[in-house]
Design a protein around this ligand. Structure first.
Ligand SMILES: [Zn+2]
Length: 450
């Protein structure tokens, strides 16, 4: 037996073959944080947001009790409360910016503001950033009506409440690098708040490794078909990266990398950690940037070349979404808290938490990940370089059949090379770095090395 075969056999002993997963180690601290997510908190936050009457982007900014201004100041004051537990690592601001009249959904030049809390990491040399968002603004049937009630309980009180619950829980812990929690505005008027933040991140060269948008995650009953689904949540991820260069397109076509954009890797990552840490919740991977012909706050991030996905409930209710509160033929319209399913929303929040904390404790992704193609062989040899920063315990080589949407196998290795008994003709591979507690980086798809 050739020594390499023996090595392969030994490596196979390390194979983790959970249904979708690469991570076999459980982190008790993540379990503890998950136990701190409370549906009562989520419900209270949603109801508080609804109590501002309307959070239309162009609504009152002066009132202490009604309109977008009061809502922004309340979210900031909550962030400031959470920051007390952070040993000075969490800071908050309302990040104001001016938007010009667009002749469509912005009538006059207006000052808008994203409410943001930044939780600094413990490693000052690690410049990675994760952004998690919900949108604070709401709307009624007429998208230009900034006066009428627009409760926005689910759209997107749910996303904001989940983001705030995470900020509350995570502010008490120390993560390796920076997490930005943000309630953006202007979503309903044209994704203005997210676009402003994405442009700023690009301009200031933030190293955003993941942007997670939660928009409508608290409803489980569909309008019309009346389907109830509280066990699945959709994660949308772009197929071909928006900013793909010609050179990248060439590699993609030659390696058939059509389902392995960084955003899709993030979506699969979410599926894996959710499967590990959250009961009775399945991630439904949707292979498009957003719903058909629609967009969300992650879209401007994708368009700026960042890895970005959207969480969205499985079933949407169009009697509630973008509807003025009213009763017609015995049907109650409007986005009201009484239609929401806070236990479902809690599970989606836990999925966000498992994803964020695993990522924010992960070592950096392996560098220069390549697959050797010099010789024709039925083995595949992957090589990569160790990343700087947080120590790496080892690496997992992820394997799936070409027709499989998710990773099917994971082989753990300690060094920076793996020769595995799977033919590159029949499988896709990726490599991720892991620490002792199983916190894994996002997987990197290999490029051919000749
Ligand atoms: Zn929305």
């Amino acid at each position: 037996m050739k020594p390499t075969y023996i090595l392969n056999f030994l490596m196979l002993l390390f194979t983790v073959s959970t249904a979708v997963g690469q991570i076999s180690v459980d982190d008790p601290e993540i379990r503890k944080m998950i136990s701190e997510v409370k549906s009562e908190n989520l419900e209270a936050t949603v109801k508080k947001l609804v109590s501002f009457g309307t959070r239309h982007t162009l609504s009152d900014t002066k009132s202490a009790t009604r309109g977008i201004g009061a809502a922004q100041r309340w979210v900031k004051s909550e962030f400031d409360n959470y920051a007390l537990a952070s040993n000075g690592r969490m800071t908050s601001e309302i990040d104001f910016f001016t938007i010009k009249a667009d002749g469509k959904r912005i009538k006059n030049d207006s000052q808008l503001g994203n409410v943001m809390a930044t939780l600094k990491g413990t490693d000052v040399t690690d410049d990675r950033v994760i952004i998690i968002s919900g949108h604070l603004d709401s709307r009624a049937t007429d998208v230009l009506d900034a006066i009428i009630d627009a409760p926005g309980a689910n759209d997107d009180g749910s996303g904001v409440a989940a983001m705030m619950e995470l900020a509350r829980i995570m502010s008490k812990r120390e993560f390796t690098f920076t997490i930005v929690f943000v309630a953006v505005v202007g979503e309903e008027q044209g994704l203005y708040g997210a676009k402003y933040l994405a442009d700023k991140a690009k301009e200031q060269q933030w190293n955003v490794i993941a942007m997670i948008n939660n928009d409508m995650i608290g409803n489980s009953l569909s309008s019309g078909t009346q389907l109830r689904d509280n066990r699945q949540v959709r994660v949308f991820s772009e197929t071909i990266p928006y900013l793909e260069t010609e050179a990248e397109a060439k590699i993609r076509k030659s390696t058939n990398r059509d389902n392995d954009s960084p955003s899709r890797q993030l979506a699969r990552y979410i599926k894996t950690v959710t499967n590990q840490y959250v009961e009775q919740l399945d991630i439904k991977l949707v292979y498009r940037n957003d719903r058909f012909l629609r967009g969300g706050d992650h879209t401007p991030f994708s368009q700026n070349g960042f890895t970005a996905i959207r969480f969205c409930e499985m079933n949407e209710n169009y009697d509630q979404q973008h509807q003025t509160v009213r009763k017609e033929k015995n049907i109650q319209y409007g986005d009201l808290p009484e239609f929401m399913d806070f236990e479902y929303m809690k599970k989606v929040t836990c999925s966000n938490l498992a994803t964020l904390s695993n990522l924010a404790w992960s070592p950096k992704a392996p560098k220069n990940v390549g697959i050797e193609v010099k010789d024709l062989t039925n083995f595949s040899t992957l090589v990569w370089d160790k990343p700087e920063g947080k120590p790496v315990y080892g690496y997992t080589v992820l394997i799936r059949e070409t027709s499989s949407p998710i990773w099917e196998k994971a082989i753990f290795v300690k060094n920076t090379k793996a020769e595995i008994p799977y033919s590159k003709d029949n499988y896709f591979f990726a490599v991720q770095s892991v620490d002792e507690l199983g916190h894994a980086s996002l997987p990197v798809f290999p490029i051919p090395i000749r």
